[in-house]
Design a protein around this ligand. Structure first.
Ligand code: DUT
Length: 198
């Protein structure tokens, strides 16, 4: 727009041609500078967005014992982080025990951690988690404990450093509670507990 006006002014000799060209070039340079600055701002915004996303994915772990280990994924892409016992005990058949992990954690916003059994322990020793999945609330800052139960016929020895459970971090939805008289009708209705056959 400005460039067109400058060109017309130059053509109609309102300004001397050399001055007109100078003004047009100066204006074009300004426009280019503004375009580059806008590009840099967009790039910076994107970097900040990425950094925010990364910050939201950090699991902070505090050691409470010298025997503690960082929870870890055995393979890239695994769902669960292995959790390790910091104490040694024997769980008798039919008995359960609360095992310490020596860590407390700070979860990313809007997430919870679920403590799930390890299939290897279940298959080989019939040892699983009593309250599976255990819930670790967002605001919990105490030590993470794992409640193991021995469904097997033999005593089960837990060693220090043994992988006793896995922890899955997952997003949660905090809802607003509303007390109502009626609910929306659905195809399933009140059918449940084997209503479709067993
Ligand atoms: O397997 C588990 C389950 C829970 N917890 C911790 C984290 C969790 O945030 C807190 C409370 O757990 P939960 O809500 O299951 O316990 P509750 O029996 O309802 O106790 P509370 O009244 O303290 O909520 O205990 C564990 O360390 N391991």
């Amino acid at each position: 727009m400005i460039v067109e006006i400058l060109q017309r002014m130059t053509e109609e000799k309102v300004v001397p041609p050399s001055l007109g060209d100078q003004l047009t070039n100066a204006w074009r340079q300004q426009e280019e500078l503004i375009r580059q600055q806008q590009e840099s701002i967009e790039l910076l915004k994107e970097l900040l967005r990425q950094e925010g996303k990364l910050e939201n994915k950090i699991l902070k772990v505090k050691f409470l014992s010298e025997k503690a280990q960082l929870p870890r994924y055995a393979h890239q892409g695994d769902s669960g982080l292995d959790l390790f016992s910091t104490s040694e005990t024997v769980i008798q058949p039919g008995e359960s025990a609360l095992l310490p992990t020596g860590i407390s954690i700070q979860l990313p916003p809007e997430t919870e951690a679920q403590i799930r059994p390890r299939s290897g322990l279940a298959l080989k020793h019939q040892v699983t988690i009593l309250n599976t999945p255990g819930t670790i609330d967002q605001g919990y800052r105490g030590e993470i404990g794992v409640i193991l139960i021995n469904h097997g016929k033999l005593p089960f020895r837990v060693e220090v450093g043994m992988k006793i459970a896995q922890m899955v971090i997952t997003t949660i939805l905090s809802v607003e509670i509303k007390n109502v008289e009626e609910l929306d009708e659905t195809h399933r209705g009140k059918g449940g507990f084997g209503s479709t056959g067993i």
